[in-house]
Design a protein around this ligand. Sequence first.
Ligand code: UD1
Length: 421
Amino acid sequence: MECFLIEGDKPLYGSVRVGRSKNAVLPLMAASILFDEVILEEVPKLRDVISFKKLLEFMGAEVECQDECVIKVEELEPFAPYEIVRTMRASFLVLGPLLARYGRAKVSLPGGCVIGARPVDIHLKAFEQMGARINIESGYVIADAPKLKGAEIYLDFPSVGATENILLAASFLEDETVIRNAALEPEVADLANFLKKAGVEIEGIGTSTLRVKGPIREQKMVWKSIPDRIEAATLMMAIAITGGEGEVNGVCKEHMENVVNKLLQIGVELDFKEEIVYVRGKLPFKPSNIITAPYPGFPTDLQAQMMVMLTQADGVSTVQETIFENRFMHVPELMRMGADLRISGNTVTIKGPSKLRGAPVMVSDLRAGAALVIAGLAARGKTIVRRIYHIDRGYERLDRKLKQLGASVKRVSERELGLEE
Ligand code: UD1
């Protein structure tokens, strides 16, 4: 297994480019089920993209992924096996399009993951409302809908995945579907804009009520997704926490208002010029209180990284996680690096500024991994970040991008360091 070896406590300088959004690309790969051919441009080289490719290929699609991803679909077997779905929850997004196109689907339940139980009840309730019969057998959702129909659906929670899954199914139908309390995330809007370009009538993009009326009129589509706002913010934080100065290119400020405000509040200097943000870190930061919330609230996917930033704030800060019930796996690892953190329920209290020290740490999930890397960059001495395959799921060569900014980050095999694999 590979790990990152980081020599921290060096200010980062220079310029780095953000890729296309992972969370926008994966639903678009699911959308390809409804088309003859979809070409996605500038697809990031991520483990999750490879997993999705495998899933589509397993079902019978032809997928070629280089800089662009070309997906050709003729006839699919509507079956998503546990072995692939378990590696990535976003696989569950194939249920809606399979059900709409083939009238039936067998898709493995994603199961729990380290950050929480993550059920799919909201997805399933919606498909039942659209006329599907759903059974759960041996860990599989077996859905049957000879004729799926439009419906008026109210989501109990603005779930990103459920909104996308329903949107995908509804795009295939000729009658109208209304999704109320829809998720507002920019990645949902990206998917809706793609479907709209394909001829689906969609009203309310970017709002909590989506009115969707198919069918799809263009069978071949080319699309370039929005920039990855989570990667952008992660790189901005990496520069700031080292007291460095640099440019992050290819960002969309409009998608990052909440994070930008919080970074400005704690004293990070940010200057936006079109798609470039110029970042300057002035330490120590000022303390702050963060509460994660659905968009446009503070993203749960940046909670761990922001917590590391607040370890360098002069005073007491809090971070409250309201989206996932178990998303503090990074806390004990950060404490081993010298952070002063206390968990109470869904809130972590952070006393800063702490002098972080390098240590061997273990990644539990994608964003926790990014947080530990940021901590390693700020820490004095050597940090070994293990289980970086989690990081590779959602960041394209994070080590290379940080190296471009002058960081000392090496990808090495654990064996090279004499560690047990
Ligand atoms: C998406 C993102 C993920 C991000 C999350 C929240 C992708 C591929 N992933 O995940 O990076 O962290 O949004 O912004 O886009 N829930 C239920 N029942 C359901 C569905 C969800 O209880 O049927 C709960 C989940 O357990 C979780 C919360 O709702 O606690 C948010 O989930 P959701 O918005 O669906 O997130 P994902 O689409 O899985």
